[in-house]
Ligand binder design. Structure first.
Ligand SMILES: [Fe+2]
Ligand SMILES: [Fe+2]
Length: 194
């Protein structure tokens, strides 16, 4: 369904589209999180991702409840925004070897996801209230609160340790590696190095 197609003309249509958008997004996040758990080398961060994976599965159940309350079939609609955020995260993460820098990248990627979710749930809660569905708003607000708490937690881990540790890492320049290898070769051959 396109944003301005004939089948989406009312606020209610717009609300349902956005609900389907976040439903799709949450499913993509459930698929992406195990990889982040596997890649995180900091114990606190790994545990944080595991907790959020559990929460995300619970959030999908709440969305199922929201659809039920609205007497609509739970279904997703493709959301290019979350696909883009996850694709970009995978691309960046695949290019990083240093474990601590990788942890910093994982937090940044996860926060981009959380911020996306916060903006979507914030809108959905406001619209549900506007449409007289405070029962649905209440369920969606629980997800919103979890996303905000997760973002805050990630921020804390990044600021307290990960970013500093990552910044302390020094890049090993390829020419420095080559020089070290040459020195070792020379030493092994018994020729005095210069
Ligand atoms: Fe979520
Ligand atoms: Fe989330």
């Amino acid at each position: 369904m396109g944003w301005f197609s004939a089948d989406m003309q009312t606020m209610n249509d717009l609300f349902m589209h956005s609900l389907q958008d976040i439903y799709y997004a949450e499913h993509q996040i459930v698929k992406a999180l195990p990889e982040m758990v596997a890649k995180a080398s900091d114990a606190e961060l790994k545990k944080g991702f595991q907790t959020h994976l559990r929460q995300t599965k619970g959030q999908i159940k709440r969305l199922d409840q929201a659809f039920k309350k609205l007497k609509a079939k739970p279904e997703g609609t493709k959301c290019p925004a979350i696909d883009g955020i996850i694709d970009e995260a995978n691309e960046i993460v695949s290019e990083i070897d240093d474990k601590m820098v990788l942890n910093a990248a994982l937090i940044a990627a996860a926060q981009a996801v959380e911020h996306y979710e916060i903006t979507r749930y914030g809108t959905l809660v406001a619209w549900a209230r506007l449409l007289g569905r405070s029962d649905v708003a209440k369920v969606l607000n629980m997800n919103l609160k979890e996303e905000k708490a997760t973002d805050k937690k990630l921020n804390g881990i990044a600021k307290r340790k990960i970013n500093r540790k990552a910044a302390a890492r020094r890049r090993v320049r390829p020419d420095a590696v080559r020089r070290a290898e040459n020195t070792m070769l020379v030493a092994a051959s018994g020729i005095p190095s210069v």
